[in-house]
Design a protein around this ligand. Structure first.
Ligand code: LFR
Length: 478
């Protein structure tokens, strides 16, 4: 049986998932799970890359032990984060996690400097663009300006005189980096590269003028490969370490986790153009799949982003702070020894009576030391009832998310040629039945749920396609 391994690095944990295709059915198994902690040291919050690489190898070892006939490996992570390597392929520093505060306030500053310094873009000076540099930028990149994006992470490195930039040979996004150390081949996968804000959304290539204006070396940005491309062969020494005897390819999948998740959405009766998706997890990504980006001022003002998808598709979506707030609350209650299980909490929240709706995207919820205090503070400041119990906190967060989704659908309806008729919720967050119900009530359109394991499935499907499997009418056992 051909098996494809999906390595998925998510907010709290990393996982190695095995997908085996047998008689038209894809069977999924979680082979190995390990913590994915972000480490605070000095002034920054980092990925624990070395530990994660080691854990990934443990997962591969485990898959070999289980006797799978492994044909390939595909890696996905969240977007925007990266590391730099030198010309000998050495890692120049532990990658910084986007939850770090180094980019706070930088988008405003960056666009101010663009207004005053047009040296690289003489042909189309941004000041001449009717909407100024921000709207010109959006008409090219099509990405919602967020301080976490690679563009601003690089700007912060540039500003602080980070020496890595002087000696770096290549910039690798996290899935590119894991793949590089597995194969020795350095390239940039399109979907993850699109989250950088440094691509041209239409041509799907690097925006060289923007890179020039940013003032970082152009050679950092390498060949862009599309999902389905074989990145390279697993290095013999790693194969030996994990006990693999057959030759295994590392394949570029939709290596941005959201790209993989959306690729796993099954067809339904409703035409895809009228079916929105909500990839629900630490983040809530709500939007539709398009053939071409929408780069209008209205799309920009509404906060839509045009991310690269599998098959050259565009995910036109809003990045909404998702279950992160609830995850932080639960972690906090656990630390205080007040933890009660997720299900107990959700069923208590069913009947909790609190009307407060918070703006989940408000900066105060991005990474506060105390999430409960952040919510209470927000409610006080906006003259809303302050939740008094954990179930009221949960209820408040979930109904706020549902209202936020409603707003996103209304905005989509204004921008698309025909209104959204159905919402498909995918990913781990779709296990939250209360949130699904509140969402369906708020939206007033049919909501369908699943697959839960969308990211792993999408990752595996791209590998299977690259290996020539026929996926037509494939059944998925999830
Ligand atoms: C989801 C996700 C989102 C991206 C955010 C940060 O895991 O990849 O798509 O906006 O993380 O990279």
């Amino acid at each position: 049986m051909n098996t494809y391994l999906a390595v998925d690095f998510g907010g709290g944990s990393g996982r190695v998932m095995a997908g085996s295709i047998c008689q038209g059915t894809l069977k999924l198994e979680e082979v190995y799970r390990f913590p994915n902690r972000q480490v605070r040291i000095g002034n920054h919050v980092y990925w624990d890359f070395l530990a994660l690489f080691d854990e990934m190898k443990n997962g591969l070892r485990q898959a070999v032990r289980k006797g799978y006939h492994i044909r390939s490996i595909g890696i996905d992570t969240w977007g925007v984060d990266f590391a730099l390597i030198d010309k000998n392929g050495n890692l120049l520093g532990n990658p910084v996690c986007y939850r770090d505060s180094r980019t706070d306030g930088l988008p405003e500053e960056f666009f101010d400097t663009l207004e005053t310094n047009a040296s690289c873009m003489d042909a189309k000076v941004s000041n001449n663009h009717p909407g100024g540099s921000l709207s010109q930028h959006y008409s090219e990149a099509g990405i919602q300006v967020m301080s976490i994006n690679t563009l601003f992470q690089l700007y912060s490195m540039k500003k602080s005189g980070d020496v890595q930039l002087e000696v770096a040979d290549r910039l690798l996004f996290m899935p590119d980096l894991f793949s590089f150390f597995l194969t020795g081949v350095a390239n940039n996968e399109y979907c993850i590269a699109s989250t950088s804000e440094l691509l041209d959304a239409r041509s799907r290539t690097w925006n060289r003028e923007l890179i020039c204006r940013l003032g970082v070396p152009e050679h950092l940005f390498g060949d862009i490969v599309m999902p389905g491309t074989v990145r390279g062969r697993l290095k013999p020494e790693i194969a030996e370490e994990v006990g693999l005897t057959e030759e295994v390819d590392v394949i570029a999948v939709g290596s941005h986790d959201t790209a993989s998740a959306v690729f796993a959405i099954p067809e339904t009766q409703v035409d895809k153009s009228r079916c929105a998706f909500l990839s629900s997890g630490t983040w809530s990504l709500l939007g539709v799949e398009l053939d071409e980006p929408i780069l209008t001022e209205e799309a920009r003002i509404c906060g839509f982003t045009n991310e690269g998808g599998v098959g050259g598709k565009i995910r036109f979506l809003q990045n909404i702070t998702g279950l992160w707030i609830l995850q932080r609350l639960m972690a906090q209650w656990k630390e205080r020894g007040e933890e009660c299980g997720y299900d107990v909490l959700l069923s208590a929240a069913e009947s909790a009576d609190i009307s407060s709706v918070i703006d989940v995207d408000d900066k105060v919820f991005q990474n506060p030391a105390d999430m409960e205090a952040a919510i209470a503070g927000y409610c006080r400041e906006h003259q809303l009832p302050v939740p008094a119990t954990s179930s009221e906190y949960v209820r408040c967060v979930l109904q706020s998310l549902a209202q936020r989704y409603k707003r996103a659908i209304e905005q989509l309806n204004r921008l698309l040629p025909s209104p959204v008729e159905q919402l498909n919720i995918i990913g781990g967050g779709c296990r939250n039945a209360l949130l699904n119900r509140l969402t369906a009530d708020a939206l007033g359109i049919p909501v369908i749920v699943g697959p839960v394991e969308a990211t792993a499935i999408g990752n595996i499907l791209v590998q299977a396609m690259a290996k020539g499997e026929t996926l037509y009418k494939l059944k998925i056992k999830n």
